[in-house]
Design a protein around this ligand. Sequence first.
Ligand SMILES: Cc1cc2nc3c(=O)[nH]c(=O)nc-3n(C[C@H](O)[C@H](O)[C@H](O)COP(=O)(O)OP(=O)(O)OC[C@H]3O[C@@H](n4cnc5c(N)ncnc54)[C@H](O)[C@@H]3O)c2cc1C
Length: 334
Amino acid sequence: MQSFSFNRATSINQAAHLAAAASTAQQGAQVRFIAGGTTLTDLMKLGVETPTQLVDINHLPLADIGPGSDGGMKIGALVRNSDMAHDARLLQAYPVLSQALLSGASAQLRNMATTGGNLLQRTRCTYFRDNVSACNKRQPGSGCAAMEGVHRTLAILGTSDHCIATNPSDMNVALMALDATVHIHGERGQRQVPIGEFYLLPGQTPDKETVLQPGELITHITLPPPLPNSRSGYLKLRDRASYEFALASAAVVLQIDNGQVRGARVALGGVGTRPWRSPEAEKVLIGSPATALTWKAAAQAALQDAKPHPENAFKVELAKRCLIHALTTVAQTA
Ligand SMILES: Cc1cc2nc3c(=O)[nH]c(=O)nc-3n(C[C@H](O)[C@H](O)[C@H](O)COP(=O)(O)OP(=O)(O)OC[C@H]3O[C@@H](n4cnc5c(N)ncnc54)[C@H](O)[C@@H]3O)c2cc1C
């Protein structure tokens, strides 16, 4: 591991200032905030992340969950994943979020992992993490070993000729279906980004994953009030029952009235280069009868643009079945 300097921030302003100052003082300086450390320290040990400065944000007042100004909820960037999953207010209003969180990692990891760190967790693509193979995300311009290599777990939606790495998060898929907003604090002030605009497609620059600028700190996320009379749920399919990332997952929010779908929000995990919202599926669902035929048509629409590689072609059918099962289950929820 290469040496780095370490600072503990005592205020939000100071955290943003420390990060911005280091970025401007030293060309090529890589500053990283450290929260739970469950992803960052792994990647530092592997030599994939090589920050020159770490800013510890664990002492900042960002660990609260509370009501938002619009009747929704506000969740601090340092809220641990386990606390978010078990918060009674969130559980009642947004079951999909709790289910997604509890399907991820292990209890120990969820006790450490934070909202901000989960939003920014990096791909589990083997070639990104091995620090030897060609990887445009880790080393821009070096190529993508996954294209011709082992890519069974990698993405089929939103890919480019430069990268097929999957966004691994479960929480982010639920946040997509809930229309969350990410709140950001930087030296130049504060801004809010709808989660649908937060993640970038890989295109020719897979190393750029989000719209965050160097030194910007995520302070919290907000969730709008749940859709009236809606029900929601998360289904994750994986190689083993726990402690494993999704091969395919689906987050679903449905409003059903008199057997008709009035409102729908659908997001997929394990298959996209970013947490994957599917307006195509939602278009099919809204205004249609809440029947098996509709679920099937929605799944067909969600995967219509899939571009699989030989080893992950099975994900097209798997993701369809995952979404159909999630829609069926959520529709039957009281
Ligand atoms: C064995 C294992 C299994 C796992 N399985 C799953 C799984 O099944 N599903 C799943 O979704 N996840 C899984 N994870 C990933 C886990 O959810 C993440 O490691 C965790 O959410 C990261 O949170 P953290 O607080 O530890 O982040 P850190 O490691 O502290 O930080 C991660 C990144 O976020 C940045 N960062 C953190 N907070 C902020 C902030 N407030 N503002 C700006 N930048 C910030 C850091 O600089 C860093 O780049 C697994 C992890 C492990 C190790």
